[in-house]
Ligand binder design. Structure first.
Ligand code: C2E
Ligand code: MG
Ligand code: MG
Length: 686
């Protein structure tokens, strides 16, 4: 027995000491001054361990911060009752009701605190427990349904009614067929039945039917209840309505699988749909087709009218395509201006051509968006299965090859894929790789073709013509690789190389004391951007070549593009001292009025008109018209591709200034050209 603390009367202490209820006293600073048996039983500390410790050592770990200090809850009279967390010696935390009162001495001065604790783990009476359980069941937001051994519903909760729409009175006595949706097959239903008859707990998703007839997905778990003898008395299922979850999931699927602009399937979803369709086609040995659709000049719409108009155009295009197609056809948008259609069952190859025609035709009427009328056309590449292939990736690739082929030719319309096409596409890829290689390993070189004066017969200029010395194929014509380089953008690097190489050559000639005429260099339209003048300046500066030694040959397609920026760039070039010459004149669409606007000093009559001279009246008339026009514009006139004396005489009589052609010389290597100049080789004008 512990001695009475000096602030408590011995008798009172003896009583407290014996109490089952945990009681302890503290001094005003919070140090324990006594510790009764109840306290020892509750906490597990002996009086020796507890007395003298600060009360904080009984606190549960995280209750320090949340709990108001004892001194603050201490009443001047009577008791304070509060709920607290404490920790036993074993480490276990527990909740307790704490009663605190002030101990006063005879002079009514505070001398300590009396503290009582009651652990609050109430154990429930069976009846109370049942009440608690049923209220938990009733209040649960999961639907609960209890059936008897005859599978009849004997109890449902409020959530059951909320979810299914059936009142308890409507459900009780019925079998679970009440909620049957009819979407599950017999084997699925057998599994659920087995769980209800005690084969073990089952968890899964079942589609149920509400009273309204609406189907809804539910997540369900089913178990049984057995009596003491082990016999099943009831089965119960707990379910939640997951249609909200499903809706969210579907929204997510929508985002993942569909294009948000048009609502059409996107590329990956299209792939899976076609995969499925092809599997079906394989089984049924049916035919089908993939159509890759590329809208032409869509980016012009975007650039000119802005993205909002562009977006709306895409939506309307998608709408029109959908109207043309059947429900079983799959339409998807796979890139900004690329759509694709899968016809998963057609009877004949030609039918896919008819669909392509319909798709093209539906674009014909203009699209009116915010009172702007827009016209778009498309290129469609068609590939058919099983002939061309039987897997989605291959078919998509082939349809793409066919589209690219059409686009390269600048055509709208449709084109069936053919294996040769693929061969060609492969060759182009190979060529591109080789061309990059050629640039790196200096297999590119320039030849120079002389231009001679039709007055003196002397060499007055040269055109630099690129040559590709291919290690296996020999000399590859620029007519073969320049268009491809333009398509891929490689022309920018090649163009820079040509400029630099021409300047290097001009400087080399100058250094060896040869007086050379002006050299012209061909420029591709793609090179014609705002940086072009600066790039040319770099080449000129690098080899200290005066601008007057260089001429630039441009093509009519640039003028047709006719934007202000083209004009600006031309003016910049002219301001640098470079002369511009119009190559292949007559093959494009430019008119006299057009030409007048641009600072061009030379016109080159295209070889195609020279070929027919002097026998073809039409060619002669065109050549005459060009010369007349150029003279009015005071432009110098060069005839290209002159091969015969007869052509020379005719062109000279017309008033052409210069001649370039095999009649005098083809393009030749630099040293050979230099010798021709040094030797003053002349064209005989007789
Ligand atoms: P182009 O600029 O019209 O060049 C004239 C082409 O006609 C050259 O063909 C030349 O060899 C050919 N030619 C000249 N006289 C005759 C003739 O009397 N008869 C025949 N049958 N042909 C003649 P080439 O060198 O094959 O070049 C073809 C085209 O490739 C050039 O047409 C030009 O558009 C382009 N090209 C050549 N070099 C370059 C270059 O460095 N850069 C760019 N962007 N294009 C180039
Ligand atoms: Mg040229
Ligand atoms: Mg030409």
């Amino acid at each position: 027995m512990t001695p009475a603390p000096d602030n408590i009367q011995p008798l009172a202490w003896r009583i407290l000491e014996q109490l089952q209820a945990p009681v302890m006293t503290l001094d005003l600073a919070g140090y324990l001054t006594s510790w009764n048996r109840g306290a020892q039983n509750l906490f597990g500390y002996t009086p020796a361990e507890a007395i003298g410790q600060h009360v904080l050592f009984l606190y549960a770990q995280d209750s320090f911060e949340g709990e108001t200090p004892l001194a603050e809850i201490l009443p001047e009279h009577g008791d304070t009752v509060t709920e607290v967390w404490r920790r036993k010696k074993s480490g276990e935390n527990f909740k307790a009701v704490l009663t605190l009162s002030l101990l006063l001495d005879d002079a009514q001065q505070p001398m300590g605190m009396l503290m009582q604790l009651t652990e609050t783990t109430e154990t429930l009476q069976p009846q109370e427990r049942q009440k608690l359980h049923s209220s938990i069941i009733e209040d649960s937001d999961q639907g609960i349904l209890i059936t008897d051994v005859h599978e009849r519903i004997v109890s449902v909760n409020a959530a059951f009614s909320n979810i299914t729409g059936y009142l308890p009175s409507e459900a009780l006595g019925q079998t679970t067929d009440l909620l049957r949706s009819g979407v599950h097959d017999a084997s699925f239903r057998a599994k659920v039945r087995a769980a209800m008859s005690g084969s073990g707990p089952w968890q899964g998703e079942i589609v149920g039917k509400r009273k309204t007839g609406e189907l809804f997905p539910q997540s369900v778990s089913i178990s049984v209840v057995r009596n003491d003898a082990g016999n099943i008395t009831h089965a119960f299922s707990i379910f939640s309505d997951i249609s909200v979850l499903r809706a969210a999931e579907e929204r997510m699927q929508q985002l993942v699988n569909f294009d948000s602009l048009t609502g059409l399937p996107n590329r990956s979803h299209f792939h899976s749909l076609v995969d499925l369709g092809l599997a079906g086609a394989r089984r049924n040995e049916s035919f089908g087709a993939i159509l890759a659709i590329d809208l032409r000049r869509f980016n012009v719409v975007n650039e000119t009218f802005g993205h909002e108009i562009g977006d709306e155009l895409l939506r309307q295009v998608a709408q029109r395509f959908k109207q043309v197609l059947r429900d079983e056809d799959v339409l998807a948008r796979i890139a900004a201006d690329e759509f694709v259609v899968a016809l998963l069952s057609v009877n004949k190859r030609e039918h896919s051509g008819i669909v392509a025609q319909k798709l093209l035709a539906c674009l014909k009427p203009g699209f009116t968006i915010e009172s702007i009328v827009l016209h778009v056309s498309a290129s469609i590449g068609v590939t058919v299965f099983p002939e061309d292939g039987m897997d989605t990736a291959t078919l998509m690739q082939f349809a793409d090859v066919a589209v690219k082929r059409l686009k390269a030719e600048g055509e709208s319309g449709y084109l069936f894929y053919s294996p040769e096409m693929n061969q060609r596409a492969k060759e182009r890829w190979q060529l591109e790789g080789e061309l990059r290689q050629a640039m790196a390993s200096s297999h590119l070189l320039l030849h120079y073709q002389p231009k001679v004066s039709l007055r003196s017969g002397r060499i007055v200029g040269a055109e630099a013509l690129i040559r590709w010395q291919h290690p296996q194929k020999g000399m590859v014509s620029p007519a073969l690789f320049i268009p491809m380089a333009e398509e891929t953008g490689l022309i920018l690097d090649i163009g820079d190389w040509v400029l630099s190489e021409a300047c290097r050559q001009i400087k080399a000639w100058k250094d060896s004391g040869i007086h050379m005429p002006v050299v012209s260099v061909n420029l591709s339209a793609r090179q014609f951007d705002a940086q072009l003048p600066a790039r040319i300046q770099v080449a000129l500066d690098r080899y200290e070549v005066p601008a007057a030694s260089l001429q630039l040959e441009i093509t009519e397609s640039l003028l047709v593009r006719g934007t202000d920026s083209v004009m600006h760039i031309m003016n910049d070039l002219v301001a640098m001292g470079l002369a511009l010459s119009m190559d292949d004149f007559g093959t494009g669409y430019s008119s006299l009025a057009y030409l007048k606007k641009f600072p061009i000093t030379t016109l080159k009559i295209d070889r195609s008109f020279v070929v027919g001279i002097p026998d073809d009246d039409n060619d002669c008339a065109i050549a005459r018209a060009i010369v007349t026009m150029a003279q009015q514009l005071r432009q110098e006139i060069v005839a290209e591709g002159v091969e015969t004396k007869a052509q020379m005489h005719f062109l000279r009589a017309l008033g052409c200034d210069q001649l370039q052609g095999f009649l005098f010389s083809p393009g030749v290597p630099a040293d050979q050209f230099a010798r021709m100049v040094q030797d003053r080789v002349r064209l005989s004008l007789d």
